[in-house]
Design a protein around this ligand. Sequence first.
Ligand SMILES: C[S@@+](CC[C@H](N)C(=O)[O-])C[C@H]1O[C@@H](n2cnc3c(N)ncnc32)[C@H](O)[C@@H]1O
Length: 202
Amino acid sequence: MTNKFDVLASTWDQKSIRVEIAQAFVKTVKEKIANIKEFDLLDYGCGTGLISFGFVEDVKSITGMDFSEGMLEVYNQKIEEYDLNNVKCEKHNINDNHLPQDSFDLIVTSMTLHHIKDTADFISKANLALKPNGYLAISDLDKEDGSFHDRGNEGVEHFGFDKEQLSMILKQNGFEIIFYENVYIAKEYYPIFCAIAQKSNN
Ligand SMILES: C[S@@+](CC[C@H](N)C(=O)[O-])C[C@H]1O[C@@H](n2cnc3c(N)ncnc32)[C@H](O)[C@@H]1O
């Protein structure tokens, strides 16, 4: 079944706000986490790869996961175009499936968490998917009033996130927070945060 992301995929990268949010997130993660050269990275809700391809020269391997076939098609076109052999993507719906366990050093997810109904379930699955001391980096909207999405709120499960509540969910699911700050203002009004947490329950 085609979803709204399948429809948006071919023109996704044309909106500068999406590119700028991705750039701010990638920059912050690279500044805050040292020595990522040997990292296996998972980009969850990878879309067309705006986050993934920002790490392509910095880590050992990149896996993109997303439930939208349209997004994955664009992602695969980029792998082919840039002739990359350390990047792959696969179809995955976090609502129905676990992640491969003990497999990644860093999980990044940008503007995806507000589309996932059960935040704690995602964070707990991410924890199991990380190797010991691995990192989870989340970028998303700070709490908003539901007016961020111009085309309506179909598929939007959360109107952003409250810092205290999300921090608590991270801590309850085996993470220690090492960074949590707003790193971009979208449309001159909506703060976008970056939270970086380290797996602490080894
Ligand atoms: C707003 S887009 C962000 C895409 C990309 N991270 C970016 O920054 O450009 C959200 C992405 O999450 C994916 N997504 C939403 N719900 C999902 C789920 N339950 N499982 C897997 N992917 C999901 C969508 O298909 C979409 O590509």
